[in-house]
Design a protein around this ligand. Structure first.
Ligand code: AMP
Length: 311
């Protein structure tokens, strides 16, 4: 099964209370591909400038990820994002966004990328997401991420794109902003009424919630003593979640598969935040992922032993 992702391939400048990097490989598609490639063949679609080194491309191509549809724009500059986190690593401030080659990007997918059965539309301008969605006619499962910027300036387009996907993965503040519902359950229902069957609410250090018609499943984040840089955690989660589903899409995506996919996404994201950018996930091993998934199963299991409660 093949999995296509379209999204930013970037250089990031990040400052957290624990250190900083002035320019490191990042971007939603990069973080997603590094995680999803543990599960399936990934094809990345997105533009870079000629400041993008072969060594950066090599990291993108980890575990055989195809970079055939990574367009190198002569004379162009790779997307650049700068952000800073305070003590509360759940909130961050964007200091700079330079679209560079994204300003003129018109996604044109190769035949191989169009044939993907599973598609992830990472956070980019919703018209671009829809153009890719429409090129992948055979996709059986399409997931989408977005951000407050597009809800602010391109809401109608975003809602149109959402109506064409199966799964929306947003943080809970974005879900509330998009739907104007303060309550998460109501917000998820409002998104499902736009079209998708599956809604994921990411909640930073508190974990993530999966909501479908018949399911409400919450998983905490993996308990870590040291978190260094949350950048890309959401995309790494999505890479684990969608990657796991891609491996299982031929068998049908039932409730148990969706729950396990949540655990893989959570385990992958927990490694991502331990170091800056892609540093930790770039040297992650399959065995390490398995360990944290097993821990999550143990941490979240409990057996009720009903007692007679006092009236
Ligand atoms: P996350 O922490 O999962 O929300 O993702 C952070 C990544 O998103 C960084 O590596 C940035 O390069 C990328 N990013 C930030 N802003 C944008 C944007 N407006 N469009 C596309 N990608 C972005």
């Amino acid at each position: 099964m093949a999995l296509t992702v379209v999204g930013s391939i970037a250089f990031d400048a990040v400052k957290t209370p624990f250190g900083e990097r002035e320019r490191m490989l990042g971007g939603a598609a990069t973080h997603f591909a590094l995680a999803a490639s543990f599960f399936d063949e990934v094809r990345v679609v997105g533009p870079v400038g000629d400041d993008f080194a072969d060594s950066d491309m090599a990291i993108l191509a980890t575990r055989g990820t195809s970079t055939d549809d990574v367009e190198r724009v002569a004379g162009g500059k790779t997307f650049f994002w700068a952000g800073e986190y305070g003590w509360d690593l759940n909130s961050r401030e964007t200091l700079d966004t330079q679209l560079g080659v994204f300003e003129t990007f018109e996604p044109k997918l190769s035949q191989a990328s169009r044939e993907a059965e599973v598609l992830f539309l990472a956070n980019i301008q919703p018209d671009l997401q829809r153009s890719v969605r429409e090129q992948c006619e055979e996709a059986r499962f399409v997931a989408l991420d977005s951000m407050n910027l597009w809800i602010d300036i391109a809401r109608d387009s975003l809602v149109r794109t959402i109506s064409q996907v199966d799964c929306v993965i947003l943080n809970d503040a974005e879900l509330r902003q998009l739907t104007e519902k303060p309550n998460l359950v109501q917000a998820a229902r409002a998104v499902r009424e736009m079209g998708p069957d599956v809604v994921i609410a990411k909640q930073g250090e508190y974990g993530a919630v999966l909501i479908t018609e018949g399911t409400f499943f919450a998983l905490p984040a993996y308990p870590l003593e040291t978190v260094v840089d949350p950048t890309g955690a959401g995309d790494t989660f999505a890479g684990g979640f969608v990657g796991y589903l891609s491996r299982h899409s031929a068998d049908g995506l039932d409730d148990a598969v969706l729950r396990r996919a949540m655990a893989y996404g959570t385990a992958l994201a927990s490694y991502n935040v331990e170091e800056f950018g892609t540093e930790r996930v770039a040297r992650l091993t399959p065995a390490e992922i398995g360990e944290r998934v097993a821990d999550l199963e143990r941490i979240t299991r409990f057996e009720d032993a009903p007692i007679e409660l006092r009236a």
